[in-house]
Unconditional design. Structure first.
Length: 368
């Protein structure tokens, strides 16, 4: 198995291996996930329901080691071989990753029933419901969460892993507000689930989160993940609002095709909305890389005054979507012209206050 490739700098670069390329999926599980003795696990309560069965809270204690709180996903009885394979594929993927912003796999139970996947426990559950429930954080706390998600995605894209379903519902939050990317199933686009409007409509693609080239011709890449990341930024800054509100999937597709984009959520710092717009560039090669997103967010965290300038929005705007026709950058000489070009002239005063007056300064601000 080739999974260590020497780069020109002589450093080992580790790539993700798609478990479906294994002839025997059990071999992938053996290779990437530790088998846990079921007697080391105590299941305490059911906390949710997953695609394949219940998700429980519990404790894991290996002999001679300290006890951990864990989440335990179970595979409901009566499953087919195919379902077992799909269920365990998530563990074969997760087990290849090791990063503070990616959910950590403790191991699997496959030698007794029910089959289980055991991961670290994330006290605050999924990010979308957490934000809707809690609803009050400082801008710096929100940017800190976004930074964590971007760092997790930078790691995954460096591993050549394309997530395809990056959304706040698939980010988990622990008690220290650390956000971790989760949900690595291979199955989510395969079967129609009529009970779930996010994934229905024939194509099983979560339209509102997905880049246009992935919706149109299934071109999923780390750049389409960057588009989805921009939508996650919008979800976070709007405390879990539904992207594009009650618009239909077809209306969203049409609006995006006509270069409309989501406006800044209420009180959202302008620099963050500009970063979102960058993630939603029509041409995927023009979108920033996760590496650039992490450093842009780091800069904001180091210099929070950059987060002071916000638009005026205090509720859902009267004009729902922004027209974002690609401006002719070379012909723009100053920040005012640029803001006019992207129909954001109302931010001129904020830009002046922040000393962002030449186009050169502005273009570096959005790209870095
Ligand atoms: P999933 O099947 O991964 O979508 O999980 C279903 C639900 O279970 C999630 O929306 C979470 O609320 C909860 N959940 C899953 N994994 C964890 C975890 N590691 N820690 C805490 N809650 C979890």
């Amino acid at each position: 198995m080739f999974w260590t490739v020497s780069s020109t700098a002589g450093l080992g670069v580790k790539y993700y291996i798609d478990p479906s390329t294994y002839e025997d999926p059990n071999e992938a599980i053996r290779e990437f996930a530790k088998e846990i003795d079921v007697s080391f696990i105590k299941i305490e309560e059911v906390i949710g329901s997953g695609e394949f069965g219940e998700v429980c809270f519990g404790r894991l204690k290996h002999p001679g080691k300290r006890e951990y709180t864990v989440a335990i996903k179970t595979l409901k009885s009566g499953y087919t071989d195919e379902q077992r394979r799909e269920f365990l594929s998530e563990a074969s993927i997760m087990g290849q990753f090791e990063h503070p912003n990616v959910i950590h796999l403790e191991g699997v139970v496959t030698k007794s029933r029910p089959v289980m996947i055991v991961t670290e426990f994330m006290e605050n559950g999924s990010l979308d419901s957490f934000l809707r429930k809690e609803g009050q954080f400082s801008v710096l706390q929100l940017v800190g969460m976004l930074r964590g998600i971007a760092a997790g995605m930078r790691y995954l894209s460096d591993m050549n892993y394309v997530h395809r379903d990056l959304a706040a519902r698939n980010i988990l939050v622990n008690s220290n507000l650390v956000c971790k990317v989760s949900d690595f199933g291979l199955s989510r686009f395969l079967e129609d689930d009529a009970s779930n409007p996010t994934y229905t409509g024939g194509c099983k693609i979560p339209i509102r989160w997905t880049a246009p080239e992935a919706v149109q011709y299934r071109k999923f890449t780390s750049s389409s993940d960057v588009w989805s990341y921009g939508i996650v930024m919008w979800e976070v800054m709007s405390y879990g609002e539904r992207p594009y509100w009650d618009m239909s999937n077809q209306d969203v597709i049409n609006a995006i095709d006509q270069d409309y984009r989501l406006p800044p959520p209420p009180d959202c710092p302008t620099v963050l909305h500009l970063l979102m717009l960058d993630c939603w560039q029509k041409e995927r090669v023009q979108r920033p890389k996760f590496e650039q997103i992490v450093s842009a967010l780091d800069k904001m965290i180091r210099k929070p005054s950059a987060l002071k300038a916000t638009g005026t929005g205090s509720s859902r705007p009267s004009q729902p979507l922004l027209s974002n026709s690609p401006p002719d950058f070379p012909s723009l000489s100053n920040a005012h012209e640029w803001l006019d070009a992207i129909k954001m002239g109302r931010y001129k005063e904020n830009f002046d206050q922040a000393g962002l007056n030449t186009f050169d300064v502005v273009s570096r601000m959005t790209l870095e």
